[in-house]
Design a protein around this ligand. Sequence first.
Ligand code: F6R
Length: 357
Amino acid sequence: QKDGYDTYMLKEINEQPHVINETLRGRIFDHKVVMKELDDIDFAKFNKVYFVACGTAYHACLCGAQILERATKLPVMTQVASEFRYNDPIIDDQTLCIFVSQSGETADTLAALRLANSKGCTTIAIANVLGSTISRDAMYTLYTAAGPEIAVASTKAYTTQLVLLTLFAVYVAQHLHDNIDTEILDQLAKLPDYVEALIKDEPTFEKYAALLKDKHDCYFIGRSLDYASVLEGALKLKEVSYVHADAYIAGELKHGPIALIEPGTVVIAVATQPHVAAKTISNIQETIARGANVVLFTTDNEEVSNVENIYRLPDVNPLLQSVLVAIPLQLIAYHTAVIKGCDVDKPRNLAKSVTVE
Ligand code: F6R
């Protein structure tokens, strides 16, 4: 069942080129996104959009929300489901609410969805499991095509959620605006090849993981979309390897977290967004000056000096970089867990589907 891989997590990481392709299948035609499931929604009636989910799916929402906001200029909010359901959100029949869940059975996400339904919102589920509760309770459902995810740590569900949320943003923009830039659609179609090439670089990411072998802590930094990516990178690392990992907005470093940096501290930085990459790279220099051991993920466009471990990601549309950088961050978490002898597929205290509050 593991197709020759040692673990389900590694198998599922390797399945990503295929399942991203499957998620894209039939969705792009004649430079337009096809989402027939949603064709009777009048997007012009919404004055705001909420994205709601838990854990990794919440991180996918943080990316999806930024992409949708930029594409449509609609105000978009993102909220963790366990907060949304209890915090009396200001929502009504002019609110579009999107709920993202791999399993479709997460108790808090389902409760948040029911609240939105009761307030008259239009609700869309983004699910992976056909016929799951979320798809029955939401007014509309879009499916990722990740296939069964067995490892507790989510990998392929996350990247397919990112792809579907990007398609969704372009789809809504098509409805609201006449002239939209569709260059991103050509690049989306090329993602499986880029992801495949990144997976082939596994030995490099294994080398980065070795830096964490004897460490108790690791810090991740990024700005804008890269912040969502580092939140997910830190979650993956802590859940499978039990290394304490925190993710910070790079601009927040000097407001507190930099006090934690000492000689040998590992800092994983992501700087792929052109409007803020140079800022993050300058924050990295501040950590290096305090002895940090930095691993930097950036693109060819950024000038970097003095950083020992730099990985240059392919130069795609910045809105798609979250999908690419997810691969090395998953592989760093995976190899750190392997080096430490952890049970990668079944981390302690965690269940695959959180059906209780
Ligand atoms: C982390 C992970 C969890 C889930 C979360 C939501 O790797 O898998 O954080 O993302 O429990 O689960 P779903 O998407 O099934 O609602």
